[in-house]
Write a protein that binds this ligand. Structure first.
Ligand code: NDP
Length: 293
Protein backbone atom coordinates (compact mmCIF):
# COMPACT_ATOMS: atom_id res chain seq x y z
CA UNK A 1 0.00 0.00 0.00
CA UNK A 2 1.59 3.26 -1.14
CA UNK A 3 -0.75 5.95 0.10
CA UNK A 4 -0.53 7.97 3.28
CA UNK A 5 -3.72 7.33 5.25
CA UNK A 6 -5.22 10.69 6.24
CA UNK A 7 -6.30 10.42 9.88
CA UNK A 8 -9.53 12.41 10.01
CA UNK A 9 -10.30 11.13 13.48
CA UNK A 10 -7.11 12.62 14.93
CA UNK A 11 -7.51 15.85 12.96
CA UNK A 12 -11.11 16.22 14.14
CA UNK A 13 -9.99 15.72 17.75
CA UNK A 14 -7.49 18.56 17.26
CA UNK A 15 -10.21 20.85 15.84
CA UNK A 16 -12.52 20.01 18.76
CA UNK A 17 -9.72 20.72 21.25
CA UNK A 18 -9.17 24.15 19.62
CA UNK A 19 -12.90 24.86 19.73
CA UNK A 20 -13.00 23.73 23.38
CA UNK A 21 -10.15 26.10 24.31
CA UNK A 22 -11.90 29.00 22.57
CA UNK A 23 -15.17 28.17 24.35
CA UNK A 24 -13.36 28.21 27.70
CA UNK A 25 -12.03 31.69 26.88
CA UNK A 26 -15.53 32.88 25.85
CA UNK A 27 -17.04 31.51 29.04
CA UNK A 28 -14.54 33.57 31.04
CA UNK A 29 -16.18 36.60 29.36
CA UNK A 30 -19.66 35.33 30.30
CA UNK A 31 -20.50 33.94 26.84
CA UNK A 32 -21.50 30.29 26.35
CA UNK A 33 -22.09 29.34 22.71
CA UNK A 34 -25.33 27.38 22.18
CA UNK A 35 -26.25 24.95 19.40
CA UNK A 36 -29.86 23.94 18.77
CA UNK A 37 -30.48 20.74 16.81
CA UNK A 38 -33.95 19.93 15.49
CA UNK A 39 -34.80 16.34 14.58
CA UNK A 40 -38.17 15.56 13.01
CA UNK A 41 -39.13 11.88 12.95
CA UNK A 42 -37.28 8.69 13.80
CA UNK A 43 -34.83 8.09 10.95
CA UNK A 44 -32.30 5.73 12.62
CA UNK A 45 -29.16 7.23 11.00
CA UNK A 46 -30.32 10.76 11.88
CA UNK A 47 -30.88 9.70 15.49
CA UNK A 48 -27.28 8.49 15.70
CA UNK A 49 -25.96 11.73 14.16
CA UNK A 50 -28.03 13.89 16.51
CA UNK A 51 -26.89 11.90 19.54
CA UNK A 52 -23.23 12.31 18.52
CA UNK A 53 -23.69 16.02 17.86
CA UNK A 54 -25.25 16.50 21.30
CA UNK A 55 -22.43 14.62 23.05
CA UNK A 56 -19.64 16.46 21.26
CA UNK A 57 -21.31 19.86 21.73
CA UNK A 58 -21.38 19.28 25.49
CA UNK A 59 -17.79 17.98 25.44
CA UNK A 60 -16.44 21.25 24.00
CA UNK A 61 -18.31 23.19 26.71
CA UNK A 62 -21.16 24.57 24.60
CA UNK A 63 -24.84 24.44 25.45
CA UNK A 64 -26.76 21.85 23.43
CA UNK A 65 -30.50 22.29 22.88
CA UNK A 66 -32.19 19.25 21.35
CA UNK A 67 -35.67 19.46 19.85
CA UNK A 68 -37.16 16.12 18.85
CA UNK A 69 -40.46 16.41 17.03
CA UNK A 70 -42.80 13.63 15.86
CA UNK A 71 -42.63 12.60 12.18
CA UNK A 72 -46.10 14.01 11.51
CA UNK A 73 -45.25 17.51 12.81
CA UNK A 74 -47.07 20.11 10.65
CA UNK A 75 -44.83 22.50 8.72
CA UNK A 76 -46.28 25.51 10.56
CA UNK A 77 -45.19 24.04 13.92
CA UNK A 78 -41.65 23.45 12.68
CA UNK A 79 -41.47 26.99 11.26
CA UNK A 80 -42.75 28.35 14.60
CA UNK A 81 -39.98 26.48 16.45
CA UNK A 82 -37.36 27.90 14.06
CA UNK A 83 -38.72 31.43 14.60
CA UNK A 84 -38.43 30.87 18.35
CA UNK A 85 -34.81 29.63 18.02
CA UNK A 86 -33.95 32.56 15.72
CA UNK A 87 -35.11 34.93 18.47
CA UNK A 88 -33.49 33.01 21.35
CA UNK A 89 -30.35 34.85 22.51
CA UNK A 90 -28.97 31.65 24.08
CA UNK A 91 -28.88 30.01 20.64
CA UNK A 92 -25.96 30.86 18.33
CA UNK A 93 -26.35 27.99 15.87
CA UNK A 94 -29.39 26.13 14.51
CA UNK A 95 -29.28 22.85 12.61
CA UNK A 96 -32.30 21.06 11.19
CA UNK A 97 -31.32 17.44 10.66
CA UNK A 98 -31.94 16.27 7.09
CA UNK A 99 -33.64 14.42 5.51
CA UNK A 100 -37.01 15.77 6.66
CA UNK A 101 -40.18 13.70 6.34
CA UNK A 102 -41.67 14.00 2.84
CA UNK A 103 -44.57 16.32 3.77
CA UNK A 104 -42.12 19.04 4.86
CA UNK A 105 -40.53 21.42 2.35
CA UNK A 106 -36.82 21.28 3.27
CA UNK A 107 -35.95 24.36 1.21
CA UNK A 108 -38.59 26.47 2.94
CA UNK A 109 -37.57 25.18 6.37
CA UNK A 110 -33.83 25.78 5.86
CA UNK A 111 -34.43 29.26 4.47
CA UNK A 112 -36.48 30.12 7.57
CA UNK A 113 -33.32 29.83 9.71
CA UNK A 114 -31.59 33.14 10.52
CA UNK A 115 -28.61 32.93 8.09
CA UNK A 116 -26.21 34.12 10.81
CA UNK A 117 -27.26 31.06 12.88
CA UNK A 118 -27.26 28.67 9.89
CA UNK A 119 -24.29 26.56 11.02
CA UNK A 120 -24.94 23.95 8.29
CA UNK A 121 -24.43 26.66 5.64
CA UNK A 122 -27.44 25.54 3.59
CA UNK A 123 -29.45 28.80 3.71
CA UNK A 124 -29.65 30.42 0.27
CA UNK A 125 -27.87 33.56 1.59
CA UNK A 126 -24.90 31.48 2.70
CA UNK A 127 -24.87 29.49 -0.55
CA UNK A 128 -24.83 32.76 -2.54
CA UNK A 129 -22.08 34.19 -0.37
CA UNK A 130 -19.94 31.08 -0.75
CA UNK A 131 -20.32 31.12 -4.53
CA UNK A 132 -19.44 34.84 -4.72
CA UNK A 133 -16.51 34.53 -2.31
CA UNK A 134 -18.10 36.49 0.57
CA UNK A 135 -17.79 35.63 4.25
CA UNK A 136 -20.42 32.94 4.93
CA UNK A 137 -21.22 29.84 6.90
CA UNK A 138 -19.59 26.97 5.00
CA UNK A 139 -21.24 23.50 4.93
CA UNK A 140 -19.51 21.24 7.43
CA UNK A 141 -18.57 18.18 5.34
CA UNK A 142 -16.92 20.16 2.51
CA UNK A 143 -15.23 22.44 5.06
CA UNK A 144 -13.82 19.41 6.88
CA UNK A 145 -12.70 17.85 3.60
CA UNK A 146 -10.90 21.08 2.65
CA UNK A 147 -9.13 21.20 6.02
CA UNK A 148 -7.80 17.67 5.42
CA UNK A 149 -6.66 18.60 1.91
CA UNK A 150 -4.89 21.77 3.09
CA UNK A 151 -3.21 19.80 5.86
CA UNK A 152 -2.02 17.13 3.40
CA UNK A 153 -1.10 19.28 0.42
CA UNK A 154 -0.60 22.84 1.68
CA UNK A 155 -1.17 25.28 -1.18
CA UNK A 156 -3.81 23.99 -3.59
CA UNK A 157 -3.34 26.65 -6.28
CA UNK A 158 -3.22 25.25 -9.79
CA UNK A 159 -4.12 21.67 -8.86
CA UNK A 160 -6.66 19.73 -10.92
CA UNK A 161 -9.59 18.73 -8.71
CA UNK A 162 -12.43 16.40 -9.67
CA UNK A 163 -15.47 16.35 -7.40
CA UNK A 164 -17.75 13.39 -8.08
CA UNK A 165 -21.28 14.34 -7.02
CA UNK A 166 -23.21 17.59 -7.42
CA UNK A 167 -25.45 17.67 -4.34
CA UNK A 168 -26.13 20.97 -2.58
CA UNK A 169 -24.85 19.45 0.66
CA UNK A 170 -21.47 18.15 -0.50
CA UNK A 171 -20.55 18.26 -4.19
CA UNK A 172 -21.40 21.87 -5.13
CA UNK A 173 -20.02 23.59 -2.00
CA UNK A 174 -16.91 21.40 -2.20
CA UNK A 175 -16.33 22.46 -5.80
CA UNK A 176 -16.77 26.13 -4.84
CA UNK A 177 -14.30 25.84 -1.97
CA UNK A 178 -11.71 24.22 -4.25
CA UNK A 179 -12.26 26.94 -6.85
CA UNK A 180 -11.61 29.56 -4.14
CA UNK A 181 -8.37 27.75 -3.36
CA UNK A 182 -7.22 28.15 -6.96
CA UNK A 183 -7.88 24.61 -8.17
CA UNK A 184 -9.08 23.85 -11.68
CA UNK A 185 -12.33 22.14 -10.80
CA UNK A 186 -14.43 19.58 -12.64
CA UNK A 187 -17.76 18.46 -11.19
CA UNK A 188 -18.70 14.95 -12.32
CA UNK A 189 -22.13 13.35 -11.83
CA UNK A 190 -24.33 10.54 -13.05
CA UNK A 191 -24.45 11.94 -16.60
CA UNK A 192 -20.67 12.36 -16.91
CA UNK A 193 -19.23 10.43 -19.85
CA UNK A 194 -16.19 8.25 -19.22
CA UNK A 195 -15.83 9.03 -15.52
CA UNK A 196 -12.54 7.06 -15.17
CA UNK A 197 -10.92 9.31 -17.81
CA UNK A 198 -12.15 12.44 -16.01
CA UNK A 199 -10.90 11.17 -12.65
CA UNK A 200 -7.50 10.28 -14.14
CA UNK A 201 -6.81 14.02 -14.73
CA UNK A 202 -7.14 14.82 -11.05
CA UNK A 203 -4.50 15.69 -8.47
CA UNK A 204 -7.40 15.81 -5.99
CA UNK A 205 -10.40 13.47 -6.15
CA UNK A 206 -13.38 14.09 -3.86
CA UNK A 207 -15.92 11.26 -4.05
CA UNK A 208 -19.42 12.16 -2.79
CA UNK A 209 -21.60 9.75 -4.67
CA UNK A 210 -23.29 7.33 -2.27
CA UNK A 211 -22.23 4.25 -4.27
CA UNK A 212 -20.15 1.73 -2.32
CA UNK A 213 -16.56 1.32 -3.56
CA UNK A 214 -17.33 2.79 -7.00
CA UNK A 215 -14.03 4.62 -7.63
CA UNK A 216 -11.29 2.13 -8.51
CA UNK A 217 -7.55 2.48 -8.12
CA UNK A 218 -7.01 2.13 -11.86
CA UNK A 219 -9.04 5.34 -12.40
CA UNK A 220 -6.54 7.41 -10.41
CA UNK A 221 -3.52 9.38 -11.48
CA UNK A 222 -0.62 7.93 -9.44
CA UNK A 223 -0.01 10.06 -6.35
CA UNK A 224 -3.47 11.71 -6.36
CA UNK A 225 -5.01 12.77 -3.04
CA UNK A 226 -8.36 11.06 -2.50
CA UNK A 227 -11.04 12.37 -0.15
CA UNK A 228 -13.75 9.75 0.26
CA UNK A 229 -16.92 11.40 1.58
CA UNK A 230 -19.15 8.37 1.04
CA UNK A 231 -20.68 6.49 3.92
CA UNK A 232 -22.31 3.26 2.76
CA UNK A 233 -23.44 0.34 4.89
CA UNK A 234 -22.90 -2.97 3.09
CA UNK A 235 -23.36 -6.60 4.06
CA UNK A 236 -20.24 -8.49 2.87
CA UNK A 237 -20.97 -12.02 1.59
CA UNK A 238 -20.54 -14.56 4.36
CA UNK A 239 -20.10 -11.96 7.13
CA UNK A 240 -22.71 -11.68 9.88
CA UNK A 241 -22.15 -8.00 10.48
CA UNK A 242 -22.72 -5.05 8.12
CA UNK A 243 -19.75 -2.79 7.53
CA UNK A 244 -19.20 0.81 6.50
CA UNK A 245 -17.42 1.51 3.24
CA UNK A 246 -16.79 4.67 1.26
CA UNK A 247 -17.40 5.55 -2.37
CA UNK A 248 -13.83 4.48 -3.18
CA UNK A 249 -12.52 0.94 -3.38
CA UNK A 250 -10.05 1.51 -0.56
CA UNK A 251 -7.44 -1.18 -1.24
CA UNK A 252 -7.05 -0.55 -4.97
CA UNK A 253 -7.13 3.26 -4.49
CA UNK A 254 -4.60 3.18 -1.65
CA UNK A 255 -2.22 1.27 -3.91
CA UNK A 256 -2.16 4.14 -6.44
CA UNK A 257 -3.02 7.31 -4.49
CA UNK A 258 -0.50 9.51 -2.69
CA UNK A 259 -2.89 9.99 0.23
CA UNK A 260 -6.42 8.81 0.99
CA UNK A 261 -9.05 9.17 3.71
CA UNK A 262 -10.35 5.90 5.17
CA UNK A 263 -14.01 5.12 5.88
CA UNK A 264 -14.71 5.20 8.74
CA UNK A 265 -12.21 7.59 10.35
CA UNK A 266 -11.69 10.06 7.49
CA UNK A 267 -14.17 12.78 6.56
CA UNK A 268 -16.93 11.53 8.88
CA UNK A 269 -15.46 12.83 12.18
CA UNK A 270 -14.59 16.16 10.53
CA UNK A 271 -18.26 16.95 9.87
CA UNK A 272 -19.25 17.34 13.53
CA UNK A 273 -15.93 19.04 14.39
CA UNK A 274 -16.70 21.64 11.70
CA UNK A 275 -20.26 22.03 12.98
CA UNK A 276 -18.80 22.99 16.37
CA UNK A 277 -16.25 25.28 14.68
CA UNK A 278 -19.09 26.96 12.74
CA UNK A 279 -21.08 27.44 15.96
CA UNK A 280 -18.06 29.10 17.53
CA UNK A 281 -17.67 31.31 14.44
CA UNK A 282 -21.37 32.31 14.63
CA UNK A 283 -20.92 33.21 18.32
CA UNK A 284 -17.82 35.31 17.66
CA UNK A 285 -19.51 37.15 14.77
CA UNK A 286 -22.55 37.84 16.92
CA UNK A 287 -20.47 39.47 19.66
CA UNK A 288 -18.09 41.20 17.24
CA UNK A 289 -15.15 39.17 18.57
CA UNK A 290 -12.19 38.07 16.45
CA UNK A 291 -13.10 34.94 14.53
CA UNK A 292 -11.21 31.71 15.05
CA UNK A 293 -9.13 30.85 11.98
P1 NDP B 1 -26.65 12.67 -3.15
O1 NDP B 1 -27.35 11.38 -3.39
O2 NDP B 1 -27.44 13.90 -2.87
O3 NDP B 1 -25.73 12.98 -4.44
C1 NDP B 1 -25.00 11.97 -5.07
C2 NDP B 1 -24.33 12.54 -6.30
O4 NDP B 1 -23.60 11.49 -6.91
C3 NDP B 1 -25.30 13.08 -7.34
O5 NDP B 1 -24.85 14.33 -7.82
C4 NDP B 1 -25.29 12.02 -8.43
O6 NDP B 1 -25.43 12.53 -9.74
C5 NDP B 1 -23.89 11.46 -8.30
N1 NDP B 1 -23.86 10.08 -8.80
C6 NDP B 1 -24.68 9.07 -8.51
N2 NDP B 1 -24.32 7.96 -9.19
C7 NDP B 1 -23.24 8.29 -9.93
C8 NDP B 1 -22.42 7.60 -10.84
N3 NDP B 1 -22.65 6.31 -11.12
N4 NDP B 1 -21.40 8.25 -11.42
C9 NDP B 1 -21.16 9.55 -11.14
N5 NDP B 1 -21.90 10.27 -10.26
C10 NDP B 1 -22.93 9.65 -9.69
O7 NDP B 1 -25.59 12.37 -2.01
P2 NDP B 1 -24.83 13.36 -0.98
O8 NDP B 1 -24.01 14.34 -1.72
O9 NDP B 1 -25.75 13.81 0.06
O10 NDP B 1 -23.87 12.28 -0.28
C11 NDP B 1 -22.89 11.56 -1.01
C12 NDP B 1 -22.25 10.54 -0.11
O11 NDP B 1 -21.61 11.21 0.97
C13 NDP B 1 -23.21 9.55 0.55
O12 NDP B 1 -22.54 8.31 0.68
C14 NDP B 1 -23.46 10.14 1.92
O13 NDP B 1 -23.77 9.15 2.88
C15 NDP B 1 -22.10 10.73 2.21
N6 NDP B 1 -22.12 11.84 3.15
C16 NDP B 1 -21.19 11.82 4.14
C17 NDP B 1 -21.12 12.84 5.05
C18 NDP B 1 -20.06 12.79 6.09
O14 NDP B 1 -20.23 13.37 7.14
N7 NDP B 1 -18.94 12.12 5.82
C19 NDP B 1 -22.08 13.95 5.03
C20 NDP B 1 -22.95 13.95 3.88
C21 NDP B 1 -22.98 12.90 2.99
P3 NDP B 1 -26.80 13.23 -10.27
O15 NDP B 1 -26.83 14.59 -9.64
O16 NDP B 1 -26.60 13.28 -11.74
O17 NDP B 1 -27.91 12.34 -9.82
Amino acid sequence: MAAVIIDGKAFAAKVRAQVGAAVTALKAQGITPGLAVVLVGEDPASQVYVRNKHRQTIEVGMNSFEHRLPAETPEADLLALIAQLNADTAVDGILVQLPLPAHLNAELVINAIDPTKDVDGFHIDNVGKLVTGQKSMVPCTPLGSLMLLRDSLGDLNGLEAVVIGRSNIVGKPMANLLLQQGCTVTIAHSRTRDLPAVVRRADIVVAAVGRPEMVKGEWLKPGATVIDVGINRIQPAGADKAKLVGDCDFDSCAAVAGAITPVPGGVGPMTIACLLANTLTATCRRYGLPEPV
